[in-house]
Design a protein around this ligand. Sequence first.
Ligand SMILES: Nc1ncnc2c1ncn2[C@@H]1O[C@H](COP(=O)(O)OP(=O)(O)OP(=O)(O)O)[C@@H](O)[C@H]1O
Ligand SMILES: [Mg+2]
Length: 236
Amino acid sequence: MGKGYFITGTDTGVGKTLVAGGLAALYKNKGLNIGVMKPVATGCKRVNNTLVSDDAAFLKLSAEVEDEYDLINPISLEQPLAPTVAARLSHTKIDTDKINTAYDTLCERHEYIIVEGIGGLLVPIDEYYFVVDMAEEMELPVIVVCRPTLGTINHTLLTVSYARQHGLDVKGIIINESAENCDTIVKDTNTDEIKRLTGLPVLGTIPFHKQLDIKDYNKELLVKIFSDNIDKDIII
Ligand SMILES: Nc1ncnc2c1ncn2[C@@H]1O[C@H](COP(=O)(O)OP(=O)(O)OP(=O)(O)O)[C@@H](O)[C@H]1O
Ligand SMILES: [Mg+2]
């Protein structure tokens, strides 16, 4: 088992990048050698003829690493669609060997690594190769990021159950309030029900904060919010 975490989520937009970056910033702040990776990104922007992912850029800033962009994000696609679909529209095929090589290089350079998946566990990367398969190959313990809102118990249990079917080591759940005005009663009761039904710890609940924005990196705020709201034991 590798050292670090594979960050997945119950859906797209739940806060995987924010959580992966927050954890990376905490590792860095402790003086640990942390690497980051967003193996597959879609919806990338063209900058000087290179496709760049906002997620990968945020992770790179959070971990303060010098690694080449291509290693952090080996597969970048332009259309904001599932990887297989975005690849098809770009008349290309995702090279999974490129992901594995970049991952191995980063693991050699860093003692710990935090990898952000894409979407949820059943997002297709290649014809019959899904995010869950990539997580399995990377041999990292998994953290599931979920919403605090109504519907999250179902999404979280499905994700945890599927991860376990694939033999992934699920370390726990992080509940992230990615949108404002979450119903407090639902938030509080969901936490207990998720713990009871998964038997997993909730490793933190990240509150909504207007200035927490993956497109506007704010190190001080990120470190403060994560130090205040995350179980310290998950930073090895
Ligand atoms: N706790 C929070 N407070 C304020 N804004 C947040 C919070 N969590 C996430 N956001 C914002 O919500 C949006 C979605 O979060 P994020 O990009 O981390 O989700 P994701 O699961 O990584 O999405 P994707 O599937 O696109 O990779 C981002 O704009 C992010 O800045
Ligand atoms: Mg993301």
